[in-house]
Design a protein. Structure first.
Lengths: 346, 440
């Protein structure tokens, strides 16, 4: 348990206040203490002290987390829960408890550079002045990517796109520490730039936290150059966890929506207190049912606003919520609305 | 000897820690150590938790009963058994009020320096159990430094007579130190032999006002480097003084300033003291002025105000209180960090306390609960980074037990558990105090 060893002190300072129970999307669905941050850190502590042997059960519990960081926001002790869980995952993976789907995903990264293993998912390279990182999720959605690039170009900006590989977050979050170091070196060779713009919120957060880069999210860049428009529609906005809680990008996407004439009806849980979509932390590939259940809760909250459109900038949130919506509420990426607004200005 | 009337339980159901109240099932009030031992034997046999209690002035909930427990109050064991002027020690029962002891030895020109702010109501037994400090700690040390001998009753009623009147003692483990600060979790203090020092003939109190905290802390750093160390070096923020004036409904001889340093220098040579006062004034470059309180009445007023701060703050509303200690050298980093963390959570922080010891009392009146929890852990983390500890003199009690891991590593806490298990295998002595809840 060498990865957890580094967190020994941190694991000891939970004061058992149970505030982490309050917003945990996994706990809200499954309802056991082991589903909360407190329970998971107790499991991690057990692994560390050898009172608990690595097992399928412990692995399932440690991996049933969406890395939404709601617990971090609430934690009285400011414990770095995601880092502790990532360390616990790394130890479990090293003890031979990796999920097959995760092994597959990491093998894909090694082989093709992206998590989907799609050799066709290539970045649409172009010369420009602003280095933009697309990320695996957007590479798998070439139309969505093109839309973002078109928006940037229409705003008079010149995105620079080069060959890219996965940012490395899946290796970190899913416990593949041994591969992470070499992957990061490879990544830095491709992206030595200090400042970068990212399309995907998760990549953005990791480029900042994992590499210490100055990263802007594409919505921040767009907002700086976006003219006013008037779409005259009503929508609710879903905060991706990696934007709201991790990188503090909360108002920019909202400002964009307001600027293009979208009336925002907020969900009960919004901004830093936003409820996770259920798509993060790797559960999408290991426990899709749980992911769906978490997403269904968010959709209920969205429907309660009375809006028939839910907007989000994150491709994963969009995908998961779209599935959970069962067509009862429209789910769109914010880029769709921005492009629509720009077209009205012709 | 035994109080069984629930109507009389109120005063045994709390200490000075806000929000804690639990009635005991019975109160034992032994008159002697042998009675105390009998009671503990009985409790041990019946496996009933015992919560030892001195003056009940603790600020960490150490003396607050747990459910279904018996309070063992030392209030009737209040005899000063002997003042030995040759060996310069005093032999006292645990229930002696600290202030009474201090005045009793003064007659012999002797001095018992530890002076917790509650010295008129707290007891020696409680002081030993918590390792209490006070304003004089800077020059003279805390209660721990005055223990020559101790009689302790263990959980099963065994009586230990430790130490004696010897100036030095290297005979076996230093168990006195183990029991001092154990907060009634390892044994109950019955009697103590305390070291005394010669009473300084003269003392001068200085009040030095500053425009800001930074200059005050810088001055304090300079003062501590001087050839003579002050007996006390205290810090008071203006708000604390205003509250005290309102609380006691009288004016104090304090200059108006955002921050005031209160110093006491003592010794036998008045000229030397005046020279020291001059040196202190010289190094306090950022000070607005330097006032000297020489007459006993001025001095009394000054310290009356200082000691009433805690009560004054309490009278404003529910008070949250911390007594973090950091190495002296780090206090100039720590104090601004505390204010910064307070601002982060929108909490108004009032500071006062033993600046010279690096032991600052951090106070919040009626804080928002969620913000407070984060504030607490943030300041504990900040103290740890600077090499500090979560309690300088009040102890851990029940309010900080789950935070012990912020100061001590796992191996230390585990060692403490082993000691607890060895001395109190049934866990009847002051349960749920000091040691954190186990993780599983």
């Amino acid at each position: 348990m060498k990865n957890l060893k580094e967190w020994q002190n941190e694991l000891n300072i939970c004061i058992r206040c149970a505030y982490c129970f309050e917003g945990c999307p996994v706990f809200k669905v499954l309802g056991w203490e082991a589903d909360t941050a407190r329970g998971k850190t107790i499991l991690a502590y057990g692994l560390l002290t050898d009172e608990l042997k690595p097992s399928k059960y412990v692995t399932d519990k440690i991996f049933q987390c969406t890395f939404c960081r709601d617990c971090v926001e609430r934690c009285s002790a400011n414990i770095s829960v995601p880092e502790i869980l990532a360390a616990a995952r790394a130890d479990l993976v090293e003890a031979g408890f990796a999920f097959e789907s995760h092994n597959h995903m990491i093998a894909n990264v090694k082989k093709t550079g992206n998590i989907f293993g799609d050799p066709e998912a290539k970045a649409p390279k172009r010369e420009g002045t602003i280095p933009v990182f697309i990320g695996c999720q957007f590479l798998a959605r070439p139309n969505q990517t093109k839309l973002y690039l078109r928006i940037l170009e229409k705003l008079g900006l010149r995105p620079e796109i080069k060959e890219e590989i996965c940012c490395g977050f899946p290796l970190f979050a899913l416990g593949f520490r041994k591969d992470l170091k070499t992957h990061k070196e490879k990544f830095l060779k491709l992206f030595p730039e200090e400042e970068i713009v990212a399309l995907c919120p998760t990549c953005m957060a990791y480029l900042h936290e994992g590499y210490g880069k100055k990263v802007k999210h594409v919505t921040q860049l767009i907002l700086e150059h976006l003219p006013k428009a008037n779409l005259g529609i009503k929508a609710t906005y879903h905060d991706p966890c990696d934007l709201s809680r991790v990188t503090d990008i909360i108002e920019e996407p909202r400002e964009i929506l307001k600027k293009i004439g979208v009336e925002i009806v907020e969900m009960e849980k919004n901004r830093k207190a936003s409820h996770c979509c259920g798509g993060g932390g790797g559960i999408l590939s290991t426990d899709e049912k749980l992911s769906d259940q978490v997403a269904a809760r968010r959709i209920e909250q969205a429907k309660a606003t009375g809006a028939d459109l839910l907007v989000t900038p994150c491709p994963t949130c969009e995908q998961v919520l779209k599935k959970a919506s069962k067509g009862e509420i429209q789910v769109r990426n914010i880029s769709d609305l921005i492009w629509k607004a720009l077209k009205t200005l012709k | 000897m035994v109080v069984s009337d629930p109507d009389l339980f109120e005063k045994y159901s709390h200490d000075e820690t806000p929000d804690l109240y639990q009635e005991p099932i019975l109160v034992f009030r032994p008159k002697s150590i042998s009675e105390m031992a009998k009671m503990l034997r009985l409790a041990s046999k019946e496996k009933i938790p015992i919560v030892p209690r001195g003056g009940g002035t603790g600020l960490a909930g150490g003396a607050v009963p747990v459910k279904g427990s018996i309070v063992l109050s030392t209030e009737r064991m209040d005899k000063i058994i002997e003042v030995d002027t040759v060996n310069m020690v005093v032999v006292v029962e645990a229930g002696v009020i600290t202030g009474n002891l201090a005045s009793a030895v003064e007659k012999y020109d002797l001095f018992y320096p530890p002076d917790p702010a509650s010295l008129d109501t707290c007891t020696i037994g409680g002081n030993i159990a918590t390792g209490a400090g006070g304003s004089n700690t800077l020059k003279y040390g805390s209660t721990r430094d005055y223990l020559f001998g101790l009689t302790v009753v263990l959980a099963d009623g065994t009586i230990l007579n430790l130490g004696g009147k010897n100036v030095k003692d290297a005979t076996g483990y230093n168990l006195i130190s183990l029991f001092c600060g154990s907060e009634g979790t390892l044994g109950v203090i019955g009697k103590a032999i305390l070291k005394l020092v010669r009473k300084p003939k003269k003392r001068i109190d200085l009040l030095i006002p500053f425009n800001d905290l930074k200059s005050a802390v810088n001055a304090a750093t300079g003062i501590l480097k001087l050839s003579h160390i002050p007996a006390a070096l205290e810090l008071m923020e203006e708000k604390a003084i205003t509250y005290v004036e309102g609380y006691l409904d009288k004016k104090f001889p304090f200059p108006k300033a955002p921050v005031i340093l209160l110093l006491r220098i003592d010794g036998d040579d008045k000229d030397l003291l005046m020279k020291m006062a001059g040196e202190i004034s010289d190094v306090s470059s950022g000070a607005k002025d330097c006032f000297v309180a020489q007459t006993p009445s001025e001095q009394r007023k000054t310290w009356e105000a200082r000691r009433a701060i805690s009560d004054a703050l309490k009278s404003r509303g529910k008070l949250y209180h911390e007594d973090i200690v950091v190495p002296r050298s780090e206090i100039s980093e720590f104090i601004p960090a505390v204010h910064q963390i307070g601002n982060k959570y929108g909490l108004e922080v009032i500071l006062y306390g033993h600046l010279g010891d690096g032991n600052i009392h951090i106070n919040l009146i009626e804080p928002d609960k969620k913000g407070l929890l984060k504030f607490r852990t943030d300041i504990y983390r900040s103290a740890k980074k600077l090499g500090g500890k979560i309690s300088g003199e009040h102890g851990i009690g029940c309010i900080k037990s789950n935070y012990l891991n912020y100061s001590l590593d796992k191996a230390t806490v585990d060692t403490m558990r082993v000691i607890k298990m060895a001395l109190d295998p049934k866990g009847i002595l002051n349960p749920k105090k000091v040691l954190p809840e186990k993780r599983r």
